[in-house]
Design a protein around this ligand. Structure first.
Ligand code: PRP
Ligand code: URA
Length: 217
């Protein structure tokens, strides 16, 4: 699947695939209802996970086929962790688990203050012995980047070293902020959108991901 690295913010990668772009256009459509919105989030997440896991390390293991024993590659190390950013990151978890069913699932609760757009942390639960695990932070929207930076800060201060951030839409303002705060953390998105509006919403965007996912508007 083609993947485009940003020329300046070199930790940012746009995953490009016709199916992904088609599904993303349907997701943006204001006439897409809650059921289809959630199905699309799941499908897009599965397409993303294929790409974002491409560097997972392998180790050879002896496998007994019906005919003989052979050494074959399997994933090395502890199970990876999917960290869902509440609320909207929840919608991406099943899409990830489709391809990584034994991954662990962790949660971080963050909400943006509507006036200051500053993120507030209200919940954090990750597996014990997480230091050497690969974490994939899932949140469909990277807008000002405040929530992404807070989630990465929290993981790093908990001792986690292997972190990737996976979103569906990103704004250039947020990508720049995360690049300066955490240049070592790879960011993946299905699309880098145009810009933020005055209220911190991504343009053209898809609206409020959590509200569309849970029907709370
Ligand atoms: C949305 C979204 C991200 C955050 C992105 O969540 O799911 O977590 O905004 O914005 P930022 O990059 O400017 O921080 P929101 O805070 O609206 O909370 P919710 O999912 O509970 O609705
Ligand atoms: N959060 C959303 O859900 N949508 C945006 O456009 C920005 C932040």
């Amino acid at each position: 699947m083609p993947i485009k690295q940003h020329a300046v913010f070199t930790n940012f990668h746009e995953v490009q695939h016709p199916l992904l772009q088609h599904k993303l256009s349907l997701l943006r459509d204001r006439n897409t209802d809650k059921k289809e919105f959630n199905e699309l989030i799941g499908e897009i997440s599965t397409l993303l996970v294929y790409e974002v896991t491409k560097d997972l390390p392998l180790i050879n293991k002896v496998i007994d086929t019906p005919l003989e024993s052979c050494e074959m590659p399997v994933l090395a190390g502890k199970k990876p962790v999917i960290l869902a950013v509440l609320r909207a990151g929840i919608g991406m978890v099943d899409g990830f688990l489709n391809l990584m069913p034994s991954a662990r699932v962790a949660h971080i609760g963050l909400y943006r203050d509507e006036t200051t757009l500053e993120p507030h942390l209200y919940y954090f639960k990750i597996p014990s012995h997480s230091k050497d695990r690969q974490f994939y932070i899932c949140d469909p929207m990277l807008a000002t980047g405040g929530s992404a930076i807070r989630a990465i800060d929290k993981l790093k201060s908990s001792g986690v070293r292997k972190i990737s951030f996976v979103c569906i839409l990103a704004a250039p303002e947020g990508v720049e902020r995360v690049f300066h705060a955490h240049p070592d953390v790879p960011l993946f998105a299905a699309k880098l959108d145009r810009k933020l509006n005055k209220k911190g919403y991504i343009l053209p965007g898809l609206g409020d991901a959590g509200d569309r996912m849970f029907g709370t508007k």
